[in-house]
Design a protein around this ligand. Structure first.
Ligand code: 5GP
Ligand code: MN
Length: 342
């Protein structure tokens, strides 16, 4: 993996060596890569004898609750006072899997004028400067977990990566690469996976815990989404699913239940863009996945206050669900016409 500037790794190593109390923060609605890199790093640093806390902006999905150390993750929006105190007392803050303060929602305000040394480790393009003074930003990395493993190796900390930490790191690589199927996984990714396997991880078990451990309600919600709610937009080679609060409630929605639905609409022949709209209390959360040349991140940034990777991005809308879908259809025509897509 190409990290042009070795001095960032040196800053990382120096900061880790100089800090006893460390806080690690993933993005809002943490996914496998965000929580995997948080706990992969947390478990490694704890093994070095450090005092480490992962603070997640909000709740994480149940399919990640097997990770080692997950029971000690502090949920910011439920423990604001305690979280602020811990951040205040810390000597180092590490941000993983995001590159803009807006990605940690309300928690971002805590860091606007915070002087605690802060490091960002991330693989999304276009990092914002005020996210952290030290930025280890490698968009070529398949996942933050892959990048984290590389950074820990370069920093000489590999001996502290326990099997439990390795499991968390593998989970992030697996989820962000579509089980190593996307072209974001490169030869380096496989070399790292080989090392993780040598550390004793059980990849079949990890795959089972993440993908084959669904609640009955979640499987029924998937059936409803695919059978009743999926729509095609043939002229723009797109498909989408929109789910209302009422529908989510009907299937006893829990965080993470709609994870991966957006991929499934992309499995339709001829579909190059898939969108998933999920109605939340105040906003509509949107996920985009694309195939080939459609820049999902640019589309999301232009119209839905979002961003992400070229083929996997997200955003949000303050309009009502049906108005959001209507606007999506309109701006998709505009975007395709302007950029020569069909
Ligand atoms: P997902 O659709 O799984 O929520 O997110 C796909 C990708 O887009 C992830 O890399 C995620 O970090 C990014 N992403 C999701 N939502 C947002 C958003 O609201 N803003 C930005 N900038 N990126 C997002
Ligand atoms: Mn990621």
């Amino acid at each position: 993996m190409n990290i042009q500037d070795k001095s960032q790794i040196e800053s990382f190593t120096t900061n880790i060596n100089n800090s006893q109390k460390v806080i690690i923060v993933p993005h809002n609605n943490p996914d496998g890569d965000a929580l995997g890199s948080s706990l992969g790093l947390c478990n490694t640093l704890k093994n070095m004898g450090k005092d480490v806390t992962v603070i997640s902006p909000n709740e994480f999905p149940d399919f990640l609750n097997w990770m080692h150390g997950v029971e000690d993750v502090l949920i910011y929006d439920k423990n604001i006072k305690k979280a602020k105190q811990l951040i205040n007392d810390s000597e180092l803050v590490v941000f993983v899997d995001f590159n803009a303060l807006s990605r940690i929602k309300l928690m971002g305000q805590v860091f606007e004028n915070d002087t605690t040394p802060r490091i960002m480790i991330d693989h999304h393009p276009y990092p914002e400067e005020n996210t952290a003074p030290i930025q280890i930003s490698v968009p070529e990395a398949s996942s933050t977990c892959e990048l984290l493993f590389h950074v820990l190796s370069e920093a000489g900390l590999k001996p502290y990566i326990t099997k439990e930490a390795a499991e968390c790191i593998y989970a992030g690589i697996m989820t962000d690469t579509g089980s190593l199927n996307y072209n974001s996984s490169r030869p380096e990714t496989y070399l790292i996976v080989a090392e993780l396997l040598r550390m004793g991880i059980d990849k079949e078990h990890i795959h089972h815990m993440i993908f084959h451990n669904n609640s009955f309600d979640r499987m029924r919600l998937l059936g409803h989404a695919l059978g009743e709610k999926m729509e095609r937009i043939p002229d723009q080679n797109a498909a989408f699913i929109a789910l209302s609060q009422e529908e989510l409630k009907r299937f006893n929605f829990k965080p993470g239940d709609t994870e991966g639905f957006v991929n499934q609409a992309l499995w339709i022949e001829g579909v190059n863009l898939s969108a998933m709209f999920t109605e939340k209390k105040d906003i509509v959360k949107i996920s985009f996945r694309s195939r080939g040349g459609f820049p999902a991140n640019k589309f999301s940034e232009t119209y839905f206050n979002g961003g992400g990777h070229f083929n996997a991005a997200g955003g949000e809308s303050k309009l009502k669900l049906d108005e959001t879908v209507k606007r999506f259809k309109e701006v998709l025509i505009e975007f395709c016409d302007a950029n020569g897509f069909e």
